[in-house]
Ligand binder design. Sequence first.
Ligand SMILES: [Zn+2]
Length: 276
Amino acid sequence: MKRFIFHKMRAILIIPLLFVAFSMTYIKVFAAPQNINDNHGLGTKTESKIYPDNKQKTNEYIIVLDPGHQSKGISEKEPNGPGSTVMKAKVTGGTYGKTSGLYEYQLNLLIGLQLKDELENRGYTVIMTRDSNDVSISNVERAQVANDANADAFIRIHANGAEDTSVNGAMTICQTASNLYNSSYYSLSRMLSDCILDSYVLCTGFKKQKVWETDTMTGINWANVPSTIIELGYMSNPDEDKKMASEECQKLMVKGIADGIDSFFTSSDDKREEIH
Ligand SMILES: [Zn+2]
């Protein structure tokens, strides 16, 4: 009898313990991945994937987006790099699409805001240098936003213009390996530039120009985080200008950049460890 009571008590204790253990497993396996990686109807929708570990990582990544230019340029000058005597305009006016009637600063913001939503849907933390056209922020100040946030990626969004209206295609831009101010971020910036350009041209079908390495960009020289500029396409090319102004193409452009950011983080973990 005593023995029977002992067994009964043990069963009473074990059943709630099993229940707790099962509930915890359930939460871990089924409940956590609910808000992951939904493409929200962008481009060809892939199966939504369940990567609980990735989600935790993505949450930790901070991305600063800088839609280039603003409604009025600032002709006053600022140093091209920390301590540099080369002075450049704080913000230039940017280019203009004759066919679309859009100013570059308008297109950059349109893409920037859609990209913010897409990246947040994928679980990233996103900070914008501007969310309106009527602002006054210099290129140095834009880089400071990325530095202050200790961003994992600083993405500057621009569109191109050329005298020759037949020129078309996309490029990304980063510093050279011998940049005076931030060469330690060269390899990550180059990787970020490659990842974004590759998936951008894949999604949009735009011509791939190149990754341009240059130390002439104020907003890159002042950045102490992995950085890139994406030149979305040529607003001087009537066909590309019209495409970039369409909602349909913008969805593909945004998906292309976001996919590139995803692949940067999946391929750069080892390199990031080395630097941080
Ligand atoms: Zn620009």
